[in-house]
Design a protein around this ligand. Structure first.
Ligand SMILES: [Zn+2]
Length: 647
């Protein structure tokens, strides 16, 4: 055995003893844990944990097709997540270094490294959802005990630490390349210039705003004077219905003209690219397209709604978004900052931007764009979505307002408390605050219109204002949206202002679906000829040369709760509803059928399904629904096949 091999077999301590006695203190010095090394280790561990987290999430998407949006990722994740964890774990390292300096001891450094290992393990375990905090902590503790001695060894050797850190970071970046490019979409080829004189189009979705709470639909409170003023300039649809009871499928249907059952968009599935979108079609025909969404959860590019938009602003880069971009950051934010959330608008719980912020982005984009092409801008305002907390400063305009900190807390926690247990006063308070949010949003709508006017754009711009779904605030004993198809959820505002086209001040009382929007907008843009959208253009209500009797007997007006038809979702009330001959037909998840008269019973209080006079219509509804069910089954198979064949 050579001398070198023997030396390798000797324990470290002995090896150093054989060296020159003068070198010993230096060698020992080199092996001591230093504060700078602990800080460096912590930051590096954060970066690598962040990349591992992204890689695990991406693996999950590849294996089961889960939308990255459903995993709370956004297009900034590739840098935000590693940096967020580097900041958190680096903070631990820094605290340990300061503690070591204060205590004039090295043990805080060892403890700091152990905490870093624990936090990294905890963070990665959070990728696997559904365990209790205690279970995550116990598992993380076990892992940390395994990892900590290695971490201490590594941190004692700065050169090795730097080498390992560099190699791991390089490997991590290579893994990141696996991630899809978020929303860096290839530019859309414009096949033709826009038709001469083509108007601009602004589509505004007032997320979660129900018709019932608006002045144009009879609400006495001044919740929406701006929308009323806008409606006077255009055509208002009194019975517009959303095709889906929640954000993603409603927007997807509004963008493609297809019924929600024909689309892939689900709670954990993005809208795939089988159906062309309005933005894509307009972009291909010379329009400049841009989307600005405040509902950055389901409106995020990772849910596929950005397809066709050359410019898309969803998640903003803010300190809160940065902090919550990693699972550990989100966990800490939720556990430690409710006090902060209670003071401010609760942005920590919901990915939301104010309408004012959306307006600012839109105007900035408008001012920077070249004026040689018409534009299509899509805006989603999220202010009316719960928690119902109007922007500050907001003295209570409707009702008495919150009486105590407890009232405020309930409003902030609205999405997770059992609302059916709340006293009437609290339900009334929630309704008041919801309508105050609607009013605040309405003022911002007015501000945007003023700004468009000031820029001389309004005369050549089609403005369409609608909502993706409404909200239940105790009616039928229900709250929120997504689980029921009562009119509070499905009946939405729809105002079409198209100067010289849609008659000003006209009110259409016939029920229409938002799936007609892509065909309508393509037509108003002068691009109806090759438009690929299945809906029927709403211009049938004002273009006199159109045959009015082309109503197809097979045509349906459908709304769906979309996701949970086959699931055991406990709160799901209805699955599909149809409107025909002035009546709405609701089919419950339990098979219960209800029929209401649209004109005489808009709040749906008197079920007519047992009325013998309604029986023939009920039979027709059943036959229509059977055809819908059959088509939905075929679509589901097609979606699954498309999903399985996706790369
Ligand atoms: Zn929504």
């Amino acid at each position: 055995m050579s001398g070198f091999s023997m030396l390798r077999m000797l324990p470290l301590r002995q090896r150093f003893r054989r060296r020159d006695s003068m070198a010993e203190p230096r060698a020992r010095q080199a092996r001591l844990l230093r504060p700078a090394a602990v800080i460096g280790f912590s930051i590096g561990a954060g970066l690598i944990t962040g990349v591992c987290e992204l890689a695990l999430q991406e693996a999950r998407r590849l294996f089961d097709g889960t939308a990255l949006g459903a995993l709370h990722l956004n297009q900034h994740a590739w840098w935000m997540t590693p940096l967020s964890l580097a900041a958190i774990l680096g903070g631990v390292g820094l605290s340990a270094a300061m503690a070591a300096w204060l205590a004039r001891a090295r043990w805080p450094l060892v403890v700091g490294l152990a905490v870093v290992c624990f936090a990294a393990a905890f963070s990665l375990l959070l990728v696997y959802r559904g365990l209790s905090n205690l279970a995550y902590a116990t598992l993380a503790l076990g892992l940390a005990l395994q990892l900590a001695p290695g971490a201490v060894l590594l941190a004692r050797q700065p050169r090795l630490l730097a080498q390992v850190g560099l190699a791991a970071t390089a490997a991590a970046w290579a893994a990141l390349l696996l991630l899809p490019g978020g929303r860096d979409q290839p530019p859309i080829e414009s096949t033709k210039p826009a038709p001469a004189g083509a108007p601009n189009v602004v589509l505004i979705v007032l997320d979660t705003v129900r018709a019932q709470s608006l002045g144009i639909h009879g609400r006495r409170r001044p919740t929406s004077p701006q929308l009323r003023a806008l409606a006077k300039r255009g055509t208002r649809f009194d019975q517009a219905r959303t095709p889906a009871a929640w954000t993603l499928p409603a927007h997807a249907a509004m963008f493609t003209g297809h019924w929600a059952f024909e689309l892939s968009a689900r709670l954990d599935r993005p809208l795939d690219d089988r159906q062309p979108t309005l933005a894509e079609y307009l972009a291909q025909h010379g329009y400049e397209t841009a989307g600005f969404v405040a509902n950055t959860m389901f409106g995020s590019s990772y849910f596929g709604l950005d397809r066709g938009f050359e410019h898309y602003e969803d998640v903003a880069v803010t300190p809160v978004e940065f902090a919550r971009s990693s699972l550990l950051g989100r966990f800490l934010l939720r556990s430690c900052v409710p006090a902060l959330a209670a003071r401010d608008r609760p942005k920590t719980y919901f990915y939301r931007k104010d309408a004012a912020e959306v307006n600012e982005s839109v105007l900035e984009w408008l001012d920077d764009r070249p004026r040689d092409r018409p534009f299509f801008a899509f805006l989603n305002y999220f202010d009316a979505h719960d928690p119902y907390v109007p922007p500050e400063p907001a003295p209570a305009r409707f009702g008495a307002g919150p009486r105590s900190a407890h009232d405020l807390e309930i409003l902030h926690d609205w999405h997770r408390i059992d609302k059916t247990l709340q006293p009437k006063r609290i339900v009334a308070l929630a309704r008041d605050r919801y309508e105050e949010c609607v009013a605040a949003l309405d003022s911002e709508l007015g501000r945007l219109m003023d700004q468009l006017q000031a820029r001389g754009l309004l005369e050549k711009t089609i403005v369409i204002v609608t909502s993706d779904h409404g909200e239940l605030l105790g009616e039928h004993g229900l709250f929120g949206h997504g689980q029921s198809l009562h009119s509070q959820v499905t009946r939405v505002p729809l105002v079409v202002v198209a100067p010289g086209r849609a008659p000003a001040g006209r009110v259409v009382t016939e029920p229409v679906s938002l799936t007609d929007l892509p065909a309508t907008i393509a037509g108003l843009a002068g691009l109806a000829d090759q438009a690929p959208f299945p809906g029927r253009s709403l211009d049938r209500f004002w273009e006199t040369n159109l045959a009015d009797d082309d109503e197809d007997d097979e045509s349906i007006l459908l709304s769906e709760t979309v996701d949970d038809e086959d699931s055991d979702h406990p709160s799901l009330i209805q699955t599909r509803s149809l409107i025909h001959e002035g009546k709405v037909y609701l089919r419950g998840k339990d098979g219960r059928e209800q029929v209401f008269d649209l004109a005489t019973d808009p709040r749906e209080k008197h079920d007519l399904s047992a009325d013998p006079a309604v029986k023939p219509l009920l039979e027709r509804f059943r036959a229509m629904m059977q055809r819908v069910d059959e088509r939905a089954r075929a679509s589901l198979i097609a979606t699954e096949l498309a999903g399985n064949s996706a790369p």
